[in-house]
Design a protein around this ligand. Structure first.
Ligand SMILES: N[C@@H](CCC(=O)N[C@@H](CS)C(=O)NCC(=O)O)C(=O)O
Length: 207
């Protein structure tokens, strides 16, 4: 199994999950930009994902899965005995879907143009910054009531939330208004899976 990734992006989420589940995998680093390429080969990454987005997961059968939330759930369900597999309980299942949708459309895609597309300009970035506040408020309220984003146990949505909200630091967004979120990031940052994924990203950047 091969994970196409780029350091400091949402591909951190499936990277964390691969460690969490103990699934053997290799990494292929993608250089994001106008013409994304897999650095080690120079090959055009759009052959893997036509939009040039990370993450993509090459399955052992050679098929490629794109879209972060599908990858996360595919990985979790490929270990059906894991507590990370899709919950059987209908309420829990849709609570998880709710948060995956929320993180993807309300958080990730508010941050994303700002981070990866400076051509959107300063005005778009200022709008994104303002729009983030009420969206982080929603997360804060949930984390005041629960240890994890979809309830009281770690789920695939936590891997995704961790990856996305970690962007606050490089963007110099203070987490002071969201203390439960700040504590959550601190706590999750101690997880072995997250430490291992971040260490691998660091090694990739240094290589
Ligand atoms: N819909 C895709 C979006 C993934 C995405 O936005 N990836 C970002 C990194 S976090 C990216 O590759 N951006 C490159 C670009 O926008 O050109 C998914 O959810 O997997």
């Amino acid at each position: 199994m091969k994970l196409y990734f780029a350091p400091h992006t949402c591909s951190l989420a499936p990277h964390i999950l691969l460690h969490e589940l103990g699934i053997p995998f290799e990494l292929a680093r993608v250089q994001l930009g106008p013409a994304p390429t897999v650095l080690s080969t120079g090959e055009d990454y759009r052959k893997v994902n036509p939009l040039g987005y990370v993450p993509a997961l090459e399955l052992d059968a050679g098929r490629v899965l794109t879209e972060g939330t599908a990858i996360l759930q595919w990985l979790a369900d490929s270990s059906p005995d894991s507590p990370l597999a899709t919950p059987a309980d209908v309420h829990q299942r849709y609570e998880l879907q709710r948060w995956l949708g929320y993180i993807g459309s309300e958080l990730h895609k508010t941050f994303s143009p700002w981070l990866f597309h400076p051509e959107y300009g300063e005005q778009a970035m200022n709008v994104a910054r303002v729009r983030l506040n009420p969206r982080l408020d929603v997360v804060e309220r949930q984390l005041q009531r629960h240890a994890f984003i979809a309830g009281d146990t770690f789920t695939v949505a936590d891997a995704y939330l961790f990856a996305v909200v970690s962007w606050c630091k490089p963007l110099k967004i203070s987490l002071q208004p969201w203390p439960a979120l700040a504590g959550y990031l601190e706590r999750l940052g101690q997880r072995d899976s997250i430490r291992a994924a971040l260490a691998a990203e660091k090694r990739a950047l240094a290589a």
